[in-house]
Design a protein around this ligand. Structure first.
Ligand code: C2E
Ligand code: MG
Ligand code: MG
Ligand code: MG
Length: 292
């Protein structure tokens, strides 16, 4: 058992732990050269209006084609956060997101989807991060009002007072903030109301909970009412089924992200999906400014 290992210091001889440590080491070594070797690329998962089905935004999800094959961000991002590599990876991701925003605006004008970019709090604790964001925004010519930074609830709440200050400074750039994986981090209403955030993204865990019946629905409606009372937008993530979509819609979530609509897409596939969604437009959609 874990207890035994801890007491006797056997972890060094436990093959699975050793394998895991070796894997982490291999990942952290690989990450050091990944940018220079052009091993990262971006995918974009559409965020869809739950009423009309129209694509209103897309989340940038980083991918890593390493020399050992594809490694998922769920695996390498935590390692990158540990080693500090997230700083350079995060800069690459942000710049990539800014350039994408420019291209989308050039292609679709006012109808272009907004972009969300995941940001680790490790990045936000860099003293010059706001200046760096400003610099990249200026260099790429991206429109900050069409960019939303996603920060996980758990990491936001790990140091609320420091993060509150960063969020206040972030607001001066014109970019907005979404609380990612919301519901897993136990923030209080009081804490949330004092943070400059714009959107809550309900974690997939709670969308899965909808399948378990009434109890799951009560939780999601409570989150949705909380968001409305704080005048926050709400996005449900990980919607996979017709049933989940219908419940989410009836609960009043404005926006949905999930395989039910689209998986993460190449930019080419995103453009096609946006074009299709624009051609099916009914003109009853809420203007983007009410959604983000
Ligand atoms: P996240 O930000 O919560 O992103 C949503 C994840 O859920 C993505 O996994 C997406 O592919 C997946 N997903 C979306 N819809 C569905 C669905 O209907 N069903 C299921 N089963 N999954 C769905 P992905 O791309 O593997 O990313 C995992 C996590 O890695 C992200 O969670 C985010 O925390 C992190 N990540 C990804 N890209 C970046 C990045 O550029 N920077 C940072 N700091 N973290 C990133
Ligand atoms: Mg995210
Ligand atoms: Mg999320
Ligand atoms: Mg998530």
């Amino acid at each position: 058992s874990v207890k035994e290992r801890g007491r006797n210091g056997w972890e060094f001889f436990n093959p699975t732990l050793q394998e895991e440590a070796e894997k982490r080491l291999a990942i952290s070594t690989g990450l050091r050269t990944a940018i220079d070797n052009n091993e990262f690329y971006a995918r974009y998962q559409p965020i869809v209006d739950s009423e009309s089905g129209m694509i209103r935004g897309a989340e940038l999800l980083v991918r890593w084609r390493s020399s050992d094959g594809e490694i998922s961000p769920g695996v390498f991002i935590p390692v990158a956060e540990m080693t500090g590599a997230i700083i350079t990876i995060g800069r690459w991701v942000f710049e990539e997101g800014c350039k994408a925003e420019r291209r989308w605006k050039a292609k679709f004008g006012e109808q272009a989807p907004y972009i969300t970019i995941n940001v680790s709090t490790r990045q936000l604790s860099e003293p010059l991060i706001i200046e760096e964001f400003q610099e990249i925004l200026a260099e790429t010519g991206a429109d900050p009002t069409r960019i939303i930074l996603e920060i996980t609830e758990t990491s936001l709440m790990a140091d609320v007072s420091a993060n509150r200050e960063v969020l206040n400074r972030l607001a001066t750039t014109g970019m907005r903030v979404a609380v990612d994986d919301f519901g897993t981090g136990y923030s209080s209403l009081a804490q949330l109301s004092r943070l400059k955030v714009n959107t809550l993204k309900i974690d997939r865990e709670f969308v899965l909970g909808l399948d378990e019946g009434e109890e799951g629905q009560i939780v999601v409606s409570a989150i949705s009412r909380l968001a409305k009372s704080l005048k926050l937008k709400i996005v449900a993530e990980g919607v996979e089924t017709d049933e989940q979509r219908n419940t989410i819609r009836s609960i009043g979530c404005d926006l949905i992200q999930g395989y039910y609509y689209h998986p993460p897409l190449s930019e080419e596939a995103l453009f096609e999906a946006v074009s299709t969604s624009l051609s099916q437009r009914t003109h009853n959609e809420q203007p983007l400014k009410f959604l983000i």
